[in-house]
Design a protein around this ligand. Structure first.
Ligand code: ADP
Ligand code: TRP
Length: 331
């Protein structure tokens, strides 16, 4: 039997090239080794996004984006968290086994409190219970699907450890393995994708290459990459060049060697390197963009894919909730 991998995708904005290499590609590769479950964590996003139009658009764009990037819904169970109501029953079930102190120690909550304190505000200003209990909902997402491994970035490891604690507390109390205890897997080898200004590519820095930018915009963005003031004739170091670091993500080994040679030889201006970067980025992203546009233009099919995913997910979820009820004497 293959082990089960699960991860959640918070629909908080337009996908970019950093998400593509840092999250989407590694998650899709999991399916070679694991029974994989991926879901759109829409109730997690509700904690911060209160505009219904914005939330609804984010959910659709992110779902379409993952499908366009190659998620095969026949191989991976792909669903919306909100379409699996068992999530919220399990959340209530495990609340009774989650100490309040554990939530007080959650990084995201602590950071918000510290922020308030530094500003001289009430410590809990602007903090809703959704944010405070975020780790319990996330534990339910994970435990519901008997996940063995949960691939996440470093910032989410603490949450997975809390899910472990909670599952163990339940199993200890009922003296049986009611819930599977998950393991976090940190994807160390995934490099940070640089943005247009050299910092980490991130929505919050406004330095992203959106994954589905139309060709014209893509070219404009690439031409905007910050370079140093070296002249055309000077030999250049590929390994410290933003353009080359991005190029490596999109180009073949031969292409990389050829461009590195041009850098070192001198006589190549930054404009030429940018044109070459645009060529390979556009080559990779054009089919992804075309699939994305086709999926977004056909909402009925998109809804159908997500509904099918939920139909596969729910019996698994129902079995977990039932196991808990039985163990707890609520059957
Ligand atoms: P952003 O920083 O743009 O808000 P998110 O925090 O929404 O991005 O990230 C979603 C996922 O994409 C996470 O798994 C994160 O590790 C990954 N990711 C985001 N930006 C990068 C980047 N520049 N390089 C590698 N991975 C990234
Ligand atoms: N909290 C995760 C994030 O902010 C998203 C998420 C929600 C998740 N539920 C999950 C990740 C379950 C892994 C497993 O990125």
């Amino acid at each position: 039997m293959r082990k089960i991998a699960l991860t959640g995708i918070k629909p908080t904005g337009i996908l970019h090239v950093g998400n593509y290499f840092g999250a989407i590609k590694p998650a899709l590769a999991l399916a070679d080794e694991y029974d994989t479950r991926l879901f759109i964590a829409d109730y997690h996003a509700l904690n911060t996004i209160k505009d219904p139009k914005e939330l609804s658009a984010n959910i659709r764009q992110v779902a379409a984006g993952w499908l366009a990037a190659g998620l095969d819904p026949e191989k991976i169970i792909f669903y919306r968290q909100s379409a699996v109501p068992e999530t919220f029953e399990l959340t209530t079930q495990i609340m009774a086994f989650t100490s309040k102190g554990l939530m007080n120690r959650a990084h995201a909550y602590k950071a918000a409190v510290q922020d308030n304190t530094e500003k001289g505000d009430d410590p809990d200003a602007g903090i809703n219970m959704g944010l405070f209990t975020y780790p319990v909902l996330m534990a339910a997402d994970i435990i519901l699907f008997d996940a063995d491994v949960v691939p996440v970035g470093k910032d989410q490891v603490q949450h997975v450890e809390m899910a472990q604690d909670i599952a163990q507390a339940v199993n200890f109390n009922y003296k049986q393995q009611v819930l599977k205890v998950p393991q976090a897997v940190v994807q160390e080898e995934v490099a940070v994708v640089p943005g247009l200004d050299g910092r980490k590519m991130s929505k919050s820095y406004g330095n992203t290459i959106p994954l589905f930018a139309p060709e014209k915009e893509l070219r404009k963005l690439i031409m905007r990459i910050v370079t140093n003031s070296q002249g055309v004739e000077e030999a250049k170091d590929p390994d410290t060049s933003q353009i080359y670091l991005l190029y490596k993500l999109f180009a073949s080994a031969e292409e990389q060697q050829a461009l590195a040679k041009l850098y070192r030889a001198g006589g190549m201006g930054w404009g030429v390197a940018k044109e070459e970067l645009f060529r390979v980025v556009n080559r990779e992203l054009t089919p992804v963009r075309e699939r994305y546009e086709a999926i977004m233009a056909d909402p009925v099919t998109l809804d159908g894919i997500l509904a099918k995913g939920a139909a596969k997910a729910r019996p698994i979820a129902a079995a977990t909730v039932k196991r808990f009820r039985k163990a707890a004497g609520i059957d």
